[in-house]
Design a protein. Structure first.
Length: 257
């Protein structure tokens, strides 16, 4: 029987897998890691032209408002989609080598978290370039980042197990991600939505996370206590559920792949 890895060895393995994924993702690419930054920036540029120039959305510092929303959404979309496929993509290793299967999904989530952190560096270049200053609420963005990571990891664990048993999961999730982009306030302010629908929008935890980040970074305001508690409970709840479901079914990975 293989011995259980120590915590230090486990951390080293997960980090090594994460950085290997990041390298392989851009292997053979001329621009390499720069694509991590170029993809969201190109998406931001197109959306900014459409909604700022043509549709004339009147929001102060809309470029920062939009860029932050795009970065958060891309992390959720890319992190969950690749997390869902992580076990299938590592099938050859899983069948040959023993290690806790959760490391595969965990390393994928860390890989995308690292990409998000790089993108946030660009966001702050725009932020300070626009003459903005950090307020006392800015450090609270770390809480939003932690909750965002918990949500993405939890969903990734759940989806990766579902994908083992039902391969249509990837197609269904692709449609949900596409719909979620427009049902979350990524490109538009909540003001354009009638107030009677706001409660429904905030049932989507992504709405709360995006608004939380914008409030503490761009407006220097505190989010509502009720909204913060809901997003926190939802994100941690999804993470706990994801870990429990994955732990129960991950041992079937080699058989299902």
């Amino acid at each position: 029987m293989p011995t259980s890895p120590t915590r230090r060895n486990s951390l080293e393995l997960v980090l090594r897998m994460a950085f290997t994924d990041l390298k392989l993702r851009y292997q053979g690419s001329v621009l390499g890691f720069l694509w991590t930054l170029l993809k969201p920036l190109m998406q931001f540029a197109v959306l900014y032209i459409v909604f700022s120039v043509f549709m004339r959305i009147n929001v102060e510092n809309y470029q920062l408002y939009l860029l932050l929303g795009v970065l958060i959404w891309n992390y959720i979309a890319d992190g969950t989609t690749n997390g869902m496929l992580a076990l299938a993509q590592k099938a050859s290793i899983i069948k040959k080598v023993y290690f806790p299967r959760i490391y595969v999904v965990l390393s994928t989530s860390l890989h995308h978290l690292f990409a998000l952190l790089l993108s946030l560096v660009v966001f702050f270049v725009f932020f300070f370039g626009a003459g903005q200053r950090l307020t006392w609420t800015a450090p609270l963005a770390i809480i939003a980042l932690a909750l965002l990571y918990a949500l993405v990891l939890g969903l990734s664990l759940l989806l990766s197990v579902l994908h083992l048993k039902f391969r249509d999961t990837s197609q269904i999730w692709e449609l949900m991600v596409m719909a979620g982009f427009f049902l979350s306030p990524v490109i538009y302010p909540l003001d354009v939505i009638p107030a009677r629908y706001h409660t429904l929008l905030f049932l989507n935890p992504v709405t709360g996370l995006i608004q939380y980040a914008r409030l503490v970074l761009l407006e220097g305001e505190l989010p509502s206590l009720a909204g913060s508690l809901y997003v926190t409970a939802f994100s941690i709840g999804i993470l706990v559920l994801g870990i429990r479901v994955f732990t129960r079914h991950a041992h079937l990975a080699a058989e299902e792949l």
